[in-house]
Design a protein around this ligand. Structure first.
Ligand code: NDP
Ligand code: MG
Length: 389
């Protein structure tokens, strides 16, 4: 019998992380969790570790190290803490596949470590490709490492491209649910609260991506993610609003044919596909009954009400560190919106202000990405605390 594939989950306590563990539990002969990491949720990390018995558990917050160590060391589980340990966790010899399931910029360093050590990567953390897509693509071209997307749209495109010649692709069509505010006027958007924005119609996800879905920044990021993942020019990537979230994305080919991947809005499928190395595993989870969906609708997105979408186009046209700035300012603005410090419609305003105040770098090195991220966060935070400046 072949040995189970050894899986490191960077961000095991989040929405993608816990669904990855569901998948590992469902296929114990195929997968084994060897590394789990969390940021601050020590109780859940301890609970998961006692159940899945990884070799290593990492807690990001150093202050929680003692608590996690006391709970897990007696069971022979190695415990570490801090961001350096998190990065090392993605490069360990006892993992074949690394699932990048942390949120935001924090995914970048572990993904780079995984690429440098030639791992197969199940990439959920889209921000890695938003922040440094060009550099990551370049690194991948010199590595034995391979990325299989977990993001449902990109998994759909990956599945549609299987067996196809890349030269025959005419465009990628990324579907978007439109989020909870699809029908809101610009005026309505002025007064929405964080709890309104956290009520996503179709998907149950972490808070940050749920707010990004409401502002359509998530779709903006997915256009950038697709650009680097599939090497397709931005002009040939289209976003279309599909409120039912059944068609996960499509590829149009030069002969006019369009291939789509359909399924229920459930991340277990793309996670399963990525963990299995782009193979189809037998599953007994609920699956799509197409006659339940008499009507699947598609409409053009509104760039005026959702200005974050236009920012993706801008980032791709301008290149360099632009998308890194947008990502950093967005993280700060989303956090402030969740805390009730700014209005929803201020999110793009803060991003634009930050873009105007950061020096453009055409071909950033890794250190310059790090510096850009730090500086953009500082500028965005200062705009929030001193709006008059
Ligand atoms: P969650 O917020 O649910 O989980 C985030 C995970 O990352 C948790 O394990 C959290 O630890 C950890 N984490 C948070 N901040 C840091 C940090 N600064 N350093 C290290 N670890 C950190 O997020 P999701 O699971 O929703 O999303 C994860 C990624 O997957 C995102 O990039 C998102 O865009 C992408 N994605 C998510 C989808 C979904 O359905 N959820 C769909 C498609 C893509 P702790 O719990 O201890 O705080
Ligand atoms: Mg998605």
């Amino acid at each position: 019998m072949t040995q189970p594939k050894r899986i490191a989950i960077i961000g095991s306590t989040g929405s993608i992380g816990t669904q990855t563990l569901d998948t590992i539990a469902a296929y114990p002969d195929m997968f084994k969790a060897t590394v789990l990491t969390a940021h601050r949720n020590a109780p859940l990390l301890i609970e998961q570790s006692l159940r899945f018995r990884p070799n290593l558990a990492v807690i990001g917050d150093d202050a929680l190290y003692g608590k996690v160590r006391d709970a897990l060391s007696p069971h022979g589980i190695e415990v570490a803490s801090g961001s350096v340990a998190l990065t090392h966790a993605a490069a360990r010899e006892d993992a074949d596949t690394v699932v990048t399931a942390t949120v935001g910029y924090s995914g970048l360093a572990p993904t780079i470590a995984a690429i440098s050590s030639g791992k197969e990567i199940a990439l959920a953390n889209k921000e890695t490709l938003v922040v440094a897509g060009e550099m990551i693509t370049e690194m991948l071209s010199h590595s034995t490492s391979k990325i299989i997307p977990v993001d449902s749209e990109h998994s759909a495109i990956y599945q549609c491209l299987a067996g196809e010649d890349k030269e025959s692709v005419s465009k990628l069509i990324i579907t978007a649910s439109g989020g909870p505010f699809r029908k809101y006027s610009k005026k309505d958007l002025e007064t929405v609260s964080a709890s309104d924005a956290l009520r996503h119609p179709n998907w149950n996800m972490g808070a940050k991506i749920t707010i990004d879905s409401a502002s359509m920044m998530n779709k903006a990021f997915e256009i950038i993610e697709a650009r680097w993942l599939f090497g397709i020019e931005p002009e040939r990537i289209e976003a279309v609003v599909h409120p039912q979230s059944i068609v996960h994305s499509m590829v149009q080919f030069r002969d006019g044919a369009v291939k789509a991947q359909l399924g229920l809005p459930d991340m277990h499928l793309p996670i399963r596909y990525a963990l299995a190395g782009a193979q189809r595993l037998l599953s007994d989870e609920p699956c799509l009954n197409i006659t339940d969906y008499a009507s699947l609708t598609f409409e053009a997105p509104d760039y005026d009400r959702f200005p974050c979408l236009g920012l993706a186009r801008h980032a791709l046209e301008r290149g360099g560190n632009t998308a890194c700035v947008i990502n950093a300012a967005n993280e700060i603005a989303v956090d402030a919106f969740l805390k009730g410090l700014i209005r929803f419609t201020q999110i793009p305003e803060i991003i634009i202000h930050t873009l105007e105040n950061i020096t453009f770098i055409e071909k950033p090195s890794y250190d310059e990405y790090v510096a850009t991220n730090a500086e953009a966060r500082r500028v965005a935070a200062s705009k929030i605390s001193h709006p008059q400046l």
